[in-house]
Structure formats: structure tokens, C-alpha cells
Ligand binder design. Structure first.
Ligand code: PEP
Ligand code: MG
Length: 839
């Protein structure tokens, strides 16, 4: 080892992105090695130091080099760019070239690559750095060629593995494997191979023709140039060589998923090995396979021009609309200011300024003076400016054109009245950046076939609502979604997390046939929906519904719900500007109870805060709202609100069918104090029979203290959405993490198992009302762990009931505990598929 300091220079200009924030687990998990990423503002990658080029990806999106100290660098431009097959990339060096610091290595077409890949974020990872300490030299945005990382020698380190020479000759295993990865052994499979090899003590090498590489070296593996279909020779030397050989063979011959494809998620999302052309990959938030015309939400169809309009009236109409939009933006600005969202504030401030732009206003006024109505005048004024900006062919300016489009829509919505916004054709597949819960009702009423969003998470509230309504929904499809044309017929394959942009006639026929098949299965399940769900060995599982309104409760009753397992009371008044009083609340709860006939209804006390906001209940600004004043904590901070709700609940007819449930409980005192409050209020109202009082288990502390809680709670209902968020420390609405936040993670399963055991000791029952209950793959596992009630989206009741009837509880119990010892949600899903295949 050459023990000199080595300063690596920035290979690109742009803001730095710490490796763990790169939205691709292969890089963020450090499995490729330590390093740094840059979100580039220029288009030519330079050598960060002198060295020799060891690898140029066949798809030209990645370059490997070795420094004279033997350190290996991998520079990977953009995320998932292997899928671009080299388009937009121009390698300026070849393998074996000696390069100087600052030499140009790779040119890429920023616009075309940015449009077609997930992100331009460019990662530089380091390998073979044993004996060096890596320190960042800056945290600020860098200019190309400026100091970036310092590698300083830190003395000799122990290499845990024996060198090949020390290994006894007879402990050798050799075997071939055919590469099954699209694009060959590129960064992702190479990372997996290195990770796998590190699980064994033997030394592993890979050979292809003349080339060979140690399994620890990702750049070396990539340097093999192994293409899909190539035979790679694996040689393992050491004690556990046989096991290592098998594991390595498996990795090489099993295709990997791409980061932008869903891997393992509730509601039937799945792994895909490649992304077909004209397809966007997202995350399934609600399963289903449908086709229909894509309708970008917010696209407004202008009414026909009716000829001469009175300019005075039209000026007034436009002025009023502009005033309203300015006021809305101002409200947004103050809200963002309170919530400290500087980026959003900047955008809104720019929009506000554009609304006062004299060029726009003068153009609109002129058109109105000529007899054009306000809506058409505004539309044309904006379009004129947009076409000028777009024709300049300047990236930044065309973004301004998008801002104008946004303003055009906002003003037109006011001019044409709000209802125009959500007018979509029946059968449409609605696309938007993010759809809000209050948008969903009118869209469902319009008979849409599916929803896709550029952003959003699979456990967001709108995703939950979509699942409840049986509307297939994909989230996190990326900004490309919004660049599609409205009206084009697409296929929303929410079972596989894909949006097919250009399906041919044959594909559309196939979808129609699949839809027909679904209808047949659905009909069969629906015919049996009102029967109880009893396993083959006689265990009764209650299949209840998650609802947010009395209308949904009616739907749930029709779908065969055994009760309501979760009424999200915060949804009852979601589109209100002022708070409902006690009698309004009482009437709303009564309506849900009435809709459910004689069945029980679990009513959760209001759960706002975190990702749930009510416009009539503005909450104080918090630095970290998901960990702040939410759920039952708000009830404690605002006892007036909670008392009002408890009183309304105590006053309903058929109170014996009401079960009250508390959200976000984290310790037993919260439950005890609210039980006391409930007793006090019941005394005041002269109510003699108290409703059952249960708690949600959605915070790890509640699961860990479930033995204490079980003493005081009448029942538990596990909220796997929040339990995932807080156990895995992953924001449930984070689009970049949507693929990883999977409630079948063994850590959650252990918490569920503990909760069920605690409840059983105290004779309490446990339900699950989070999204995991709606995932048929999870049904046997939950039953096996001791769950007795599954509360799911109303439309999923018939399917989950059918699933229950096909299982044997004893077998579920026997096998489920073994799954707690697996190491990942993916492994759990695989086992579930093996043990309890879905029909
Ligand atoms: C949950 O967290 O799993 C849950 C059911 O509650 P919500 O989704 O309303 O937060
Ligand atoms: Mg919750």
C-alpha cells in the first residue's frame, strides 16, 4: 500500500447528497462501498484523481478506475440508468487507459437522461480502502475539480479473510452459473455478490474468460464484463466453500429488481426483473389491472366560446378570480412559513409574482376588450407566454412555463367553478402529482378506473382510501407521469407496480379478458361474502371493515363485513371549514352504526397530527410532526375536544355496539386516564353501560408494553401502517421508501407476536386494522400469530374471507413462528408464498 494522503476532486459540479440519502437502496445501504453522491449541474464526468480505467459499463453509464494506491472507484451516473442501454451516454475513455486527474471520462446528455431515468444523482463509491480513513472535505455544493474527499492512511488493518494462498487446497468448490441479470453483472448484482460473499469465511473469485475478480470487488466484478447469458466460473476456497458456492450461484442466476420497481409491499405489489419499454414503474398502493384513458387531474376543458361577451363583466370576473387565487397562495405562504417549508414557499412566492406580471395581465385584458370571455382570455394569455418560454429551449425557462401552466389551472378552476377540477370521464385513469383524500370521493363518484400519482406513498391516507374503494392505485411513478398526454389509453397494472403507456390492441384485449376473469372470481367471492370466515379446522376470524363515512359503512355491510374494525373519525369531517359540534358528531356516529345493522363498530377517537390535517383544526408548528402532538396526545393536550367526542359517543343509540379505540397510545397511563374520563362523562350523562375501550398498537412502545396495556384495555387493534413507520424509522408517505416500508418485516412480526401473546394471557382479543390486514399473503401469518380480527377495505372483505376459509389455523400457527427468525420482509414474503400460495 502506498501510504500517502489522497485527495479526490469533485468529478462533477452540484449539491452533495450523502450516500444514505440516495433514493436507491443499493447505494444508500452502503453495499457498494462508502462514498458520496452529487446531483449534477454539468454534463461531463471528470477523473477525481489519476489512475487506470478498469471498467466502462457496456451501457456507458458507469466508469470504474483504480488509483495508484490500489483504491477502486466506481462512478455511476444517474439511478437505474442501466435501463437506458447507453442512450445519452458517451464514454471518452476505454478500459486500460491511464487517466490524469481532471481528465474527461464520460459525457452525458443531461436533458434526455434526466427525462428517462429516475434521477441524475451520480454516485462515487470507493472500494479496497482498507488502511484508509475517508473524510469528506466539504458539505457544500461543489464545483467540478474542487476538493471532495480525503483518504488518509490509518495504519495496518486486519483483513478478516484468509488470503487464497493460506487456504488448504482440498477446501475448494468450483461451479458455473449463467448470468440472469438484464444488463449483465452491473452494479446491483455486483453489490449483491459482494454482500453474499462477505457472509462466508471462504475466499471467492469469479472468472470469465481471461478475466477474474475477487468477490469483494464490485468494480472488479463489473470489470468481468459478464453479459446476460454468460457462464461465470465461481471458485470458493475455505471451510464453508460449498455453501458459498451455492449462494453465489443463486445470486448470479436470479434476476434482480430495479430500485424503481416495487419489491415487497402490502396490497400485492411485486418484484420485477426488468422494465419494459414505454412503461413507468411505481409502487402499488391498491391492487388491480385496468385500462383506460389517462386523465391528468387539473386538465381543464374550456367551454365553447360563446361569442361576444361584455368586457366589463369579464374584467370583473377575471379580477375576482385572480384575487381569490392570490389569497389562496397567500394562505399557502403563511402555512408554509409556519411549517418551515422554504422550498414550497419559494415556489408559491414565484407564483404570486407571476400573477402580478403585467405582460400576462395586459394580454388577458386586451383579449377581454376584444370580446373574449375571461376564461379563454386567461388561457390564451398564459399559452402565449408558455410557447415563448418553451421555444427558448432553455431548461430553466421551460420550468417557468410549467409554473405558468399551474397558474393557468388555478385561475381557470376559480373562473369555471371548483367542480370543473374533478370532472373526469368514467373509466378514466386519473394522474396527478398527488391526489388528496378529499379529491377521491368525487373521482370515485365519476366512476374512474384507477389512479396514478407521481409522488405519494403506499400507506398514505389516499392510498388507504383507494384500497378501501377497490380503486387500483400506483404511487411514486415519478415526474415523467405528468409529461404524458391526457387521453392516451394506458394500462394501470397495479398488481405489478407498472403503468404501461402504449399498450397495443392485443394487450388491451388481454386486460379486458383479465378484467372479465376478475369479475368471475369477484362474483364467486361476493356470493359467499355474507358467510362467516372459518378456517378449515374451525377457527372463526372476524373480517371487519375500515371505513371513513356512513356511506362506506353501507358499502361494507353489502360486502359482508362482520363489523367495522376501524372508523377513522377524522375522515368524517375532512372537507369542513369549521369543527363539528357534539350533536353533529353524534349524528355522524349514529349513521355509521345504523348502516351496520346489528354489528359492532369500533370508533377511533380523532387521530390528527403527523400526516393528517384538518383545516378546521390548525395545529401548532412542530419540527417533527410525525413524532409530535398527534393521536391520543392531542386528546390530552385538548381535553375539550376529546370530551366532546366521548360525550357524542356515549349518547348514541345502540351504545352496546360501540367500541371506542384510542390511537397512538404509547403507555398505560394514557389509557387509564382516558378510561377515568370516560367513566366520569358516562356518570354525568347517566349512561350505565360503558362501551368497551381498546387501544391501537401502532407505536413500538405499545407493543413492547402490551402485557401492561392488556390489563386495562378491552381489546387491541394493530395499526401496521404507523407501526411500520415507527419500527422501521421510515416515513409512511416517503416516495423513496415506499418500496421498503413493508409491514411483513420480521421486526414487526415479532411485535405483533408479542402483542398477541400478551393479549392471550389476559383474555383479550387482537385485531389488525393497518394495511397488512388487507394483504391476502399476510392472512395465514396473522392468523398463525394469534390475530382474531382483520379489518380491511370494504371491497376486500369477500376476498379475505375466502382466503381465511382455505387455511388451517393449526398449520398457520406452526409455521408462522418460524418466520419471525427470517432476516427481511422479502424473505418473509417468499416463505409465505411457499407455505400458503395465493390462488
Ligand atoms: C395504522 O396506523 O395502521 C392505522 C390503521 O391508522 P392510520 O392509518 O389511520 O394512521
Ligand atoms: Mg395510525
Amino acid at each position: 500500500m502506498n501510504n500517502k494522503n489522497l485527495a479526490l476532486k469533485a468529478p462533477l459540479s452540484g449539491p452533495l447528497v450523502p450516500l444514505n440519502r440516495v433514493p436507491d437502496p443499493v447505494f444508500s445501504s452502503n453495499s457498494l462501498g462508502e462514498g458520496i453522491a452529487i446531483d449534477p449541474t454539468n454534463d461531463c464526468l471528470l477523473a477525481p484523481c489519476a489512475g487506470v480505467i478498469t471498467h466502462v459499463a457496456r451501457t456507458r453509464h458507469a466508469i470504474g478506475m483504480r488509483t495508484e494506491q490500489g483504491i477502486e472507484l466506481l462512478m455511476h451516473v444517474g439511478l437505474d440508468t442501466v435501463l437506458l442501454n447507453g442512450e445519452g451516454f458517451d464514454a471518452l475513455v476505454k478500459e486500460g487507459d491511464q487517466v490524469a486527474e481532471g481528465q474527461a471520462l464520460l459525457h452525458f446528455d443531461m436533458d434526455s437522461v434526466a427525462l428517462r431515468c429516475k434521477s441524475l444523482i451520480t454516485v462515487m463509491v470507493l472500494n479496497a480502502t482498507e488502511g484508509y480513513q475517508i473524510r469528506p472535505l466539504t458539505t457544500q455544493p461543489v464545483k467540478i475539480g474542487s476538493p471532495l474527499l480525503l483518504l488518509s492512511p490509518c495504519g495496518e488493518t486486519q483483513n478478516a479473510k484468509a488470503s487464497a494462498d493460506e487456504v488448504e487446497e482440498n477446501l475448494i468448490a468450483r461451479g458455473l452459473a449463467i448470468v440472469a441479470h438484464q444488463g449483465g453483472l452491473h452494479a446491483r448484482p455486483a453489490a449483491l455478490l459482494r454482500q453474499t460473499a462477505s457472509d462466508f469465511s471462504c475466499v471467492t473469485e469469479l472468472h470469465l474468460g481471461e478475466r477474474s475478480s475477487k468477490a469483494e470487488s464490485i468494480v472488479g466484478i463489473m470489470g468481468l464484463g459478464a453479459a446476460e447469458g454468460d457462464d461465470v466460473l465461481i471458485i470458493c476456497q475455505g471451510q464453508d466453500c460449498q455453501a458459498a458456492l451455492l449462494a453465489m450461484q443463486k445470486i448470479i442466476s436470479t434476476p434482480t429488481a430495479h430500485a424503481s420497481a416495487p419489491s415487497s409491499l402490502p396490497a400485492a405489489s411485486r418484484t420485477i426483473s426488468q422494465l419494459p419499454a414505454d412503461t413507468l414503474a411505481g409502487v402499488s398502493a391498491s391492487p388491480g389491472l385496468v385500462s383506460g384513458p389517462l386523465t391528468l387531474l387539473g386538465d381543464i376543458t374550456l367551454p365553447e366560446e360563446t361569442g361576444k361577451q361584455d368586457p366589463k363583466e369579464q374584467h370583473m370576473a377575471l379580477d375576482l378570480a385572480l384575487q381569490q387565487v392570490r389569497a389562496d397562495i397567500q394562505d399557502n405562504l403563511s402555512l408554509n412559513h409556519e411549517h418551515d417549508h422554504p422550498d414550497e414557499s419559494a415556489i408559491f412566492a414565484a407564483h404570486y409574482a407571476l400573477l402580478e406580471d403585467p405582460t400576462l395581465l395586459d394580454a388577458a385584458d386586451l383579449l377581454i376588450d376584444e370580446g373574449v370571455d375571461a376564461a379563454h382570455a386567461w388561457d390564451r394569455a398564459i399559452e402565449m407566454q408558455r410557447s415563448i418560454l418553451k421555444s427558448l429551449d432553455n431548461h430553466l425557462l421551460s420550468e417557468r412555463a410549467n409554473d405558468l401552466l399551474d397558474l393557468k389551472k388555478r385561475v381557470l378552476r376559480v373562473l369555471l367553478s371548483d367542480s370543473a377540477t374533478l370532472e373526469v370521464p368514467a373509466g378514466a385513469i386519473v394522474a396527478a402529482t398527488e391526489i388528496t383524500p378529499s379529491d377521491l370521493g368525487p373521482l370515485v363518484d365519476a366512476g374512474i378506473a384507477g389512479i396514478c400519482m407521481a409522488e405519494g406513498g403506499a400507506t398514505s391516507h389516499v392510498a388507504i382510501l383507494a384500497r378501501g374503494k377497490g380503486i387500483p392505485c400506483l404511487v411514486a411513478l415519478g415526474p415523467q407521469l405528468l409529461q404524458q398526454d391526457s387521453g392516451q389509453v394506458v394500462v394501470l397494472n397495479a398488481d405489478q407496480g407498472l403503468l404501461e403507456l402504449k399498450p397495443d390492441a392485443q394487450r388491451l384485449e388481454q386486460i379486458a379478458a383479465a378484467q372479465q376473469q376478475r369479475l368471475i372470481v369477484r362474483q364467486r367471492q361476493q356470493n359467499e361474502a355474507h358467510r362467516e370466515a372459518i378456517t378449515l379446522d374451525g377457527r372463526h376470524i372476524e373480517v371487519a371493515a375500515n371505513v371513513g363515512s356512513s356511506r362506506e359503512a353501507e358499502e361494507a355491510n353489502k360486502c359482508g363485513a362482520d363489523g367495522v374494525g376501524l372508523l377513522r373519525t377524522e375522515f368524517l369531517f375532512i372537507d369542513r371549514k369549521n369543527a363539528p359540534d357534539e350533536s353533529e358528531q353524534q349524528a355522524a356516529y349514529q349513521a355509521v352504526l345504523d348502516a351496520m345493522g346489528k354489528r359492532k363498530v369500533i370508533i377511533r377517537t380523532i387521530d390528527v397530527g403527523g400526516d393528517k390535517h384538518l383545516s378546521y383544526l390548525p395545529l401548532p408548528t412542530e419540527e417533527n410532526p410525525a413524532l409530535g402532538l398527534r393521536g391520543i396526545r392531542l386528546g390530552q393536550a385538548r381535553p375539550d375536544l376529546l370530551d366532546q367526542q366521548l360525550r357524542a359517543l356515549l349518547k348514541v343509540d345502540s351504545a352496546q355496539r360501540v367500541r371506542i379505540m384510542l390511537p397512538m397510545v404509547s403507555e398505560v397511563e394514557e389509557l387509564i386516564s382516558i378510561r377515568q374520563r370516560l367513566i366520569h362523562l358516562a356518570d354525568e350523562l347517566g349512561v350505565r353501560q360503558l362501551p368497551e375501550l381498546g387501544v391501537m398498537i401502532e407505536v413500538p412502545s405499545a407493543a413492547l408494553l402490551s402485557d401492561q396495556l392488556a390489563e386495562y384495555a378491552d381489546f387491541f387493534s394493530i395499526g401496521t401502517n404507523d407501526l411500520s413507520q415507527y419500527t422501521l424509522a421510515m416515513d409512511r408517505g416517503h416516495p423513496g421508501l415506499a418500496q421498503r416500508i413493508d409491514a411483513l418485516h420480521p421486526a414487526l412480526l415479532r411485535l405483533i407476536s408479542k402483542t398477541c401473546a400478551s393479549a392471550a394471557r389476559h383474555g383479550r382479543w387482537v385485531g389488525v386494522c393497518g394495511a397488512l390486514a388487507s394483504d391476502p399473503l399476510a392472512t395465514p401469518l396473522l392468523i398463525g400469530l394469534g390475530v382474531e380480527e382483520l379489518s380491511v377495505g370494504p371491497n376486500l372483505i369477500p376476498e379475505i374471507k375466502e382466503r381465511v376459509r382455505q387455511l388451517t389455523a393449526a398449520d398457520c400457527r406452526q409455521r408462522s413462528h418460524e418466520l419471525l427468525n427470517l432476516s427481511s420482509a422479502r424473505a418473509v414474503r417468499e416463505k409465505c408464498r411457499e407455505y400458503w400460495p395465493l390462488a
